[in-house]
Design a protein around this ligand. Structure first.
Ligand SMILES: [Fe+2]
Ligand SMILES: [Fe+2]
Length: 274
């Protein structure tokens, strides 16, 4: 049966859920209802400046987050998996925030249903990633919230809250693409430490994340075409304006290419590109 709330209202309900289990449940249900055609309206609802979160983990400056030395010691692997779980929880909220914040106007401006199909799928993937990592943390005797975490990802959301193109330029095309650069090294270290189970989870995440970067790249290019802007220079300008960090090589050119990203564009920031 069709639900009364539009997709934007449902997205805001996920953002308002503080407990990860509830955030996961609502994410999965909303993505499924959207896919099954049970949500018939985009609706309109204001997303919060900050999504609701559990009381733990404590959010601290990046240098105070425990280092993740990956080896046979369980503590290092727990620190790594905890940090990735925190990224995934942020990623769930980032996907719903994008839908709630930009969806209503974007759908009026002619963005097709496939745009929302993609971001609902991203949100469902991120929820599954968080669930996989939580289960693995439990097997290792830990839980999400046990360690402090940093708040950098949400800062990226706040600096791009007014501009969908900027959001796409920074979140999937810088931050998630960075995940593609660093994840194979983590998988390798976990494998060397004999933790095949954790390595397998990161492999699942890695494959899914290529599709997330690809969705960002595809819709960024789509919007640029509609606005008569050149994607490469537009991306460079928006990243220069909204992203405070640096793009760190080495880049995973193979995964980035698989996601549709051109080294000519992202190499620009390191002087390697045009
Ligand atoms: Fe993810
Ligand atoms: Fe992702």
């Amino acid at each position: 049966m069709a639900t009364a709330d539009g997709l934007a209202e449902r997205a805001v309900a996920v953002l308002a859920a503080a407990e990860p289990l509830e955030k996961l449940r609502l994410s999965e249900k909303t993505a499924t209802d959207w896919r099954d055609g049970l949500i018939t309206e985009m609706g309109r609802a204001k997303p919060p400046d900050r999504p609701a979160r559990p009381t733990r983990p404590a959010l601290v400056p990046p240098r105070e987050v425990p280092r993740r030395r990956i080896g046979s010691e369980t503590s290092g692997r727990i620190a790594l998996l905890h940090a990735v779980a925190h990224i995934e929880l942020n990623a769930i909220d980032l996907a719903w925030d994008l839908i709630a914040r930009f969806g209503p106007d974007a759908s009026e401006a002619g963005l097709p249903r496939e745009f929302f199909d993609d971001w609902c799928q991203v949100a469902a993937d991120e929820a599954r990633h968080f669930a996989l990592l939580s289960a693995r943390l439990a097997e290792l005797g830990a839980a999400y919230g046990d360690l402090p975490a940093h708040d950098g990802l949400w800062e990226a959301a706040q600096t791009t809250a007014d501009d969908l193109l900027a959001r796409l330029a920074v979140v999937p095309m810088v931050l998630e693409a960075r995940g593609l650069d660093v994840t194979p090294g983590m998988i390798e270290k976990l494998r060397r430490a004999g933790d095949e189970t954790s390595a397998g989870i990161l492999e699942v995440i890695y494959c899914d994340e290529i599709t997330h970067v690809a969705a960002g790249e595809r819709w960024f290019a789509w919007l640029c075409r509609r606005q008569g802007r050149a994607p490469g220079p537009t991306w460079e300008a928006l990243v220069g304006q909204h992203f405070k960090g640096v793009l760190k090589p080495p880049f995973n050119d193979e995964a980035r290419r698989a996601a549709g990203m051109s080294p000519d564009v992202y190499g620009y920031f390191t002087g390697l590109g045009s």
